[in-house]
Design a protein around this ligand. Structure first.
Ligand code: KG4
Ligand code: ZN
Length: 333
């Protein structure tokens, strides 16, 4: 079964063709990062106009690279939330339109749920469940327990900033480029992670929730008090504080829930130091770590098509009247 996936929730215009929920035949991602960079963040109006401009060529390219004619698509899945309303509208409506015209089933997909399952699809490791999964992106920081596809429970989430948002905001304080995560990781490689003792908020409070706004404020005060700082040391110490909290809480939840698999997804999960620390922790406790390749960690339509396949197989469909849901949560399915 070939599913066409479409993703336009933020600043990536993406379309993919995935066979049987795991074999990626194409995954075209057109990033608008360069367009939004001068503004230091995503400008919604610019994002939606560009989705509108690019979506048909991106879908066409995804079909051509998959050597698939439109009539050979068996179903269409498109992100309907969460994200920017005006951006979601573009992909959702194009997805509905293609499915409607071709008389094929359509299903709306929750973007965060697709991030959650991407390491499973990427590794074709559906038998690795149950798992504890950490989703860390620009908009979300969620720790979830997954017992089977479509059956997950939120254990904890951020009470303020998302992990990626903290990277982006601290990068801005340091005058680095956007998005901040890769810039901070690059500088951190030349810095000392023990140079500054930044706070590990909520690490030992017993909950599975996260908080990153205190850390951001601590960096701000440090920079004000120490105008002669070494940016490399600030980046390395900040990154280490984020990684300590993410890894500490993820491992603790995995051990408490007695799972044998841990996974992480979302843009921040590309971070090399996070991957290394998570791997070391998993090895120490005999846990299997599932990671997705970088192009499946950031926003992409392959994860949308893969999850759509599994939902369609379970008999789910969406009505063509489905609306965008900009602030929908991961929910309990
Ligand atoms: O998943 P994603 O592409 O988009 C959202 O759904 O939010 O995540 C983007 C976030 C940004 O905040 C970016 O700074 C962060 O992921 N990011 C990183 C790295 N690469 C991207 N954070 C830390 N280290 C990285 N290497
Ligand atoms: Zn995302």
């Amino acid at each position: 079964m070939k599913v066409l996936g479409i993703e336009t929730s933020c600043d990536e215009t993406s379309a993919a063709v995935v066979r049987d929920g795991g074999e990626i035949l194409s995954n075209v991602v057109s990033s608008q990062v360069d367009l939004h960079r001068p503004y230091g963040g995503v400008v919604p109006e610019l994002a939606s106009r560009n989705h509108l401009r690019l979506i048909t060529s991106v879908v066409g390219k995804a079909l051509r690279s998959a050597r698939t004619k439109p009539e050979e698509i068996d179903a269409v899945g498109a992100t309907y939330g969460p994200g920017l309303a005006s951006s979601l509208l573009i992909g959702l409506n194009v997805g509905k339109g293609i499915a409607f015209a071709a008389g094929k089933p359509f299903i709306g997909i929750n973007h965060v749920e697709a991030h959650l399952y991407s390491p499973l699809f990427a590794n074709q490791a559906m038998d690795a469940l149950p798992m504890v999964s950490l989703i860390v992106s620009g908009g979300h920081t969620i720790l979830a327990h997954v017992s089977s596809v479509g059956e997950h429970e939120i254990l904890g989430q951020t009470v303020d900033d998302a992990a990626g948002e903290a990277f982006d905001k601290v990068a801005k304080l340091l005058g680095l480029g956007y998005p901040g995560g890769p810039e901070i990781e690059k500088l951190a490689k030349q810095g000392n992670p023990a140079a500054i003792d930044f706070p590990r908020s909520m690490l030992h409070d017993g909950s599975d929730d996260f908080s990153f706004s205190g850390l951001k404020t601590a960096v701000l005060y440090f920079l004000k008090k120490n105008p002669q700082h070494r940016a490399e040391d600030v980046c390395a110490s900040f990154q280490e504080a984020v990684v300590d909290v993410l890894v500490g809480k993820t491992l603790r939840a995995a051990l408490r829930r007695s799972v044998r698999t841990v996974s992480t997804s979302g843009g921040v999960s590309i971070n090399g130091r996070l991957r290394e620390a998570l791997k070391a922790g998993c090895d120490e406790h005999g846990l299997q770590l599932l990671l997705a390749p970088a192009n499946l960690c950031t926003d992409n339509a392959a994860m949308i098509a893969a999850l759509a396949y599994h939902k369609l197989q379970a008999g789910q469909r969406s009505d063509f009247s489905l609306e965008v849901a900009p602030s929908i949560g991961l929910g309990v399915n």
